[in-house]
Design a protein around this ligand. Structure first.
Ligand SMILES: Nc1nc2c(ncn2[C@@H]2O[C@H](COP(=O)(O)OP(=O)(O)OP(=O)(O)O)[C@@H](O)[C@H]2O)c(=O)[nH]1
Ligand SMILES: [Mg+2]
Length: 257
């Protein structure tokens, strides 16, 4: 039955959005888990709200999302849990909120990570995107605020960007719902392995460093069997990251589900 508030376009079978059912907070036992990551103020909560029907705080000031919020949606007969995370500039972050985001991206084992970036501030935003691509095999770049970028005559070569990053890129204007159907379909395709990502990774790590990292990695995995991203942790330990040293000692990551 057609919902009164929806236009014929929104309910047409050709439109991927017609396969979307917003589930609000109903997120028990879903088929897939999706994380929304990105710098502050890029529109993560706006994307979250449009997919779940929830009303996470949004606004034009940094640090609006505190802690993490969960919501759900159905798409093409599959159920998804989606996690809205606080904005963060780096996976080596220090504030409590940034730590929540970092821990979920690293250890929450999302099936797909949507990296939301500001199309008008791409260079700055790609710093976090590249860090996330080091540690995940399944990601989609959501090139948001495309309306604002256009207003400032900024054009993004999506094809080249997608090729260079090795993940699909979808342009959106989340505030206006533009590109959300395409984003949904792409996330579904990545989750189900219909789109295979080949994420950009740093190559040519010197042999000596690589072999030491592997040794540390083995020790971490011995203490915490099944821990994701042990290589990333090994690099952080080598770097003397106090936060990570403390978290490893206290098993903090393992409990952060
Ligand atoms: N013009 C325009 N504004 C947008 C778009 N997406 C989001 N916004 C606005 O940008 C501001 C920030 O959006 P949020 O969704 O709160 O951003 P966020 O990434 O969740 O922010 P943090 O929680 O601080 O990390 C809000 O005022 C939104 O209404 C868009 O595509 N175009
Ligand atoms: Mg937010």
């Amino acid at each position: 039955m057609q919902n009164k508030s929806q236009s014929p376009c929104e309910t047409c079978g050709q439109n991927p959005q017609s396969k979307l059912k917003k589930l609000g907070v109903d997120v028990d036992k879903t088929d897939y888990v999706v994380a929304l990551a990105g710098n502050p103020n890029t529109g993560k909560s706006t994307v979250f709200n449009s997919l779940t029907g929830l009303k996470q705080h949004t606004g034009n000031w940094p640090g609006k999302t505190v802690g993490r919020a969960e919501g759900g949606f159905m798409y093409a007969d599959s159920s998804f849990k989606i996690i809205d995370l606080p904005g963060t500039y780096s996976l080596m972050s220090t504030s409590e909120d940034e730590e929540i985001a970092r821990n979920f991206i690293l250890f929450g084992k999302p099936d797909v990570t949507i990296i939301v970036v500001d199309a008008g501030r791409l260079e700055r935003n790609l710093n976090l995107a590249l860090q996330i691509l080091e540690i995940t095999d399944k990601a989609v770049l959501c090139l948001n605020l495309i309306d604002e970028a256009k207003r400032h005559n900024i054009e993004v070569d999506q094809r080249t960007l997608s090729k260079d990053l090795g993940i699909p890129v979808v342009a959106t204007s989340a505030l206006r719902g533009i590109g959300i159907p395409e984003l949904l379909k792409t996330v579904d395709d990545v989750a189900k392995g219909k789109i295979i990502c080949t994420p950009h990774r740093i190559k040519n790590v010197p042999k000596e460093i690589d072999s030491r990292v592997k040794k540390i990695q083995e020790s971490i995995e011995k203490i915490y069997p099944g821990i994701p991203n042990s290589r990333w942790i090994a690099f952080r330990l080598l770097d003397g990251d106090e936060d990570i040293i403390k978290a490893i000692k206290e098993g903090e990551f393992i409990n952060d589900k």
